[in-house]
Design a protein around this ligand. Sequence first.
Ligand code: SF4
Length: 385
Amino acid sequence: MTEPARRDAADRCPGVFSTHAAADGAVARVRLPGGRIRPDQLELLAQAAAAHGDGYLELTARGNVQLRGLTDVDAVADAVVAAGLAPSSAHDKVRNIEVSPLTGRIGGVADVRPLADLLDERLQTADASSISGRFLFGLDDGRGDIARRQPDVCAVVRSVDASAEVVADVLVGGVPVGSARGDDAVVTELLAVAEDLGDISVGAWRVADLTDAERMDLTTRARTRLATVVGGPDPMPPEPIVGWFGQDDGAVLLGAVVELGRLPARLAEFVAAVAVPIVVTPDREILICDLDEGVAETVVRVLAPMGLIFDAASPWAAVSCCVGAPGCAKSSAPVRDDLLARVRGGEPVAEREHWVGCGRRCGSPSGPHRSVEATPDGGYQTHRR
Ligand code: SF4
């Protein structure tokens, strides 16, 4: 039997103020709660990536953005703080919040962006040392897209009551433990679960790291605080948010992907120039929101030739990879080059694929996929995960 992972070493996940030293320079991760970023913030990140990094914004599997190859980490931190993207240095690494990317614009039981704002605000006044930097919060607006990713703790909105309060089920490690009513009660419960995890096991990063007995303790504590589970429909199978979508308010939302999940800084500046809200999804999609039709047509006409891919049938909507060699010293292969060759070779992509340079499988999708892992002999082996 495999022993659960333990918090026996410092969290090496990068942040803005504690970068990771990779073979190609420092890496900084900018957390975007719910993947949301304003155009002026995107422009500042693009300028920082061009001036101090490798000229790209990497999109991560949690809907965050990463800058790598950094030559001046202090200048990048200053730029991120100036953009308002790191409001608390002590809490930078615990702001891990995934949110239904289309919430408030297309479908869903309720707009969960206010819940995300409240959770982020409350996280920044919480005792950061009691919450693991890898712990993932989820806010699902009822469509099941975030719940299916099994964050450590997730609120799934089931209804909105007569006084406009949300009623949400709380899932711990994917298991429903009860329901809460109202933004404050929902957020309080999500934080309580995160703090309970640190209390139950100081060595655990995530719910999956707990022993069976510890997990039972965690879910029992939550059940005693909550009302009976409301329940709801099973999650819909995931569809890429790539292409042209009509919002509920009549505006247009454009979803795009980029090769290798890397947004060139110059292209990011053009996206920012559209001057509308942007959302980065945990599937590494870029959503350009709240457009009128004429502007949306111009965006497609100008930005598609520059590298934004608006075609849901593109292989780039179904493949992703880690940095590989030479950026990562642990890699057995130049993963990016090999994935580029695989896509350009034209062989169809029949299922979600993630290519990695070693068994750590960084950036893997949370859902079922084919993991293509480099081996020390220069080849690749595949596993279904
Ligand atoms: S999966 Fe391995 S090779 Fe790829 S970035 Fe992670 S540690 Fe490096």
